[in-house]
Design a protein around this ligand. Structure first.
Ligand code: GMT
Length: 374
């Protein structure tokens, strides 16, 4: 099969997932064409059956806002036609699903049939998507996709609540490739971050408001009052500056290290003892799943799709959004007893294996077959 994948090429969960999916399909023998405005960050190698087509947006003096969606549509038409693609899989509804629909119609006019699958990832529904300025377009694009998937039951149900949907939505969870993650600790690296045997907490995100990163610092402060701990903050984004200010205000900077958008997330996860995920809303929580794949338990909020991956009392503990006290108490419950920590680490890894690519890829492949045969 020849498939075109459209995604955001950034560190965000939807782009990571789309890229890993493309790589897995290629490893399975399919021909994969990534169509994005930049090379996806997780796309490091180029085997003979992976291709990248850049969507280049030129600036014209007339446009205050260059119409990216139209440039993407033209690129899709071009790639489908000349690379003879069988189907498109677009990740994140805005604006990828409507661009795919437009490309499909243009190609139909030229006698070319190109079905497309839309995967909803989260904020395309729960935040931006339900903004009234997008609702009609998002609703139309979902209803007119050839198949639609959501990354959790929770996101599926949010989509049905916020939009007038007249079609089936399949739930296909986020995945990890367990081969990529190891629970083997690099002792030297661990010592660099925790020279005196402190426990290591970790947070990974794009530092947007929705992640409530301030809460990570507040919880860390509470834990630090009881046991020796260090905190590794991975990622970057709009809230980074204010979070650093909170660290200063709370007087915890000396034990917090901001490492930015590192490419070796797995190595840092593997030396960590506990992952903190404080999001106000989260359709799934791929970052938590990646931590669990390294045998790191998760103390998180209980919002959206998080309970579908972080199993309460097994891989970690769930808490209400903003409940700093409960998150601190629960983190201490896991960290203060070596036997308890060991048990949670083992269980986190076991749960993560349930989301291995080998279990999830066939679900996408079944949807592709259905779409190509309809
Ligand atoms: O905001 C982010 O976390 C990035 C965002 C994205 O679309 O790039 O992530 C969303 O998609 C991920 C992959 O499906 C999910 O695991 C995340 O939970 C989801 N983020 C939110 O819902 C906030």
């Amino acid at each position: 099969m020849k498939i075109g994948i459209v995604c955001y090429p950034t560190f965000g969960g939807s782009g990571v997932l789309a890229t890993e999916l493309g790589k897995a399909l290629a490893a399975n023998g399919d021909e994969v064409h990534f169509i994005t405005y930049d090379q996806p960050v997780r796309l490091k190698d180029f085997p003979s059956n992976i291709f990248y087509h850049e969507v280049t947006v030129s600036k014209y003096p007339l446009f205050d806002y260059t119409p990216y969606e139209l440039v993407l549509t033209s690129k899709l038409v071009d790639v489908v036609k000349y690379e003879k693609l069988d189907m498109l899989h677009v990740h994140y509804a805005i604006p990828h699903a409507s661009a795919a629909y437009m490309a499909k119609k243009i190609l139909e006019d030229q006698g070319i049939i190109i079905p497309f699958v839309t995967t909803l990832h989260g904020t395309d529904i729960t935040l931006i998507g339900k903004d009234s300025s997008f609702v009609p377009v998002v609703t139309f694009a979902i209803n007119n996709s050839d198949a639609v998937t959501a990354v959790s039951e929770s996101l599926r149900s949010d989509t049905l609540i916020h939009f007038e949907i007249k079609r089936e939505i399949d739930v296909v969870a986020n995945f990890i490739s367990s081969e990529m993650y190891s629970d083997v600790v690099d002792e030297k690296l661990r010592k660099d971050f925790a020279p005196n045997g402190e426990k290591i907490l970790v947070h990974v995100s794009n530092f947007r408001k929705v992640k409530r990163v301030d809460d990570v610092i507040k919880v860390f402060k509470g834990i630090r009052e009881k046991i020796s701990v260090k905190l590794i903050m991975i990622g970057d984004g709009p809230e980074r500056h204010s979070v650093e200010e909170i660290c200063r205000k709370e007087g915890v900077c000396v034990d917090v290290k901001f490492v930015g958008k590192t490419k070796s997330v797995e190595k840092l996860l593997a030396i960590s003892d506990l992952f903190l995920l404080t999001s106000a809303t989260e359709s799934f929580g791929l970052a938590a799943l990646e931590a669990m794949a390294c045998g790191v338990p998760v103390v998180s909020t209980n919002t959206g799709g998080i309970p579908e991956v972080n199993k309460d009392g097994i891989s970690g503990l769930l808490n209400d959004v903003g409940d700093i006290g409960a998150m601190t108490k629960n983190a201490l419950k896991i960290l203060s007893d070596e036997a308890v920590l060991k048990r949670y680490k083992k269980q986190a890894k076991e749960i993560a294996l349930q989301f291995d690519i080998t279990k999830i890829l066939p679900q996408y492949q079944a949807i592709y077959s259905r779409v190509l045969n309809q």
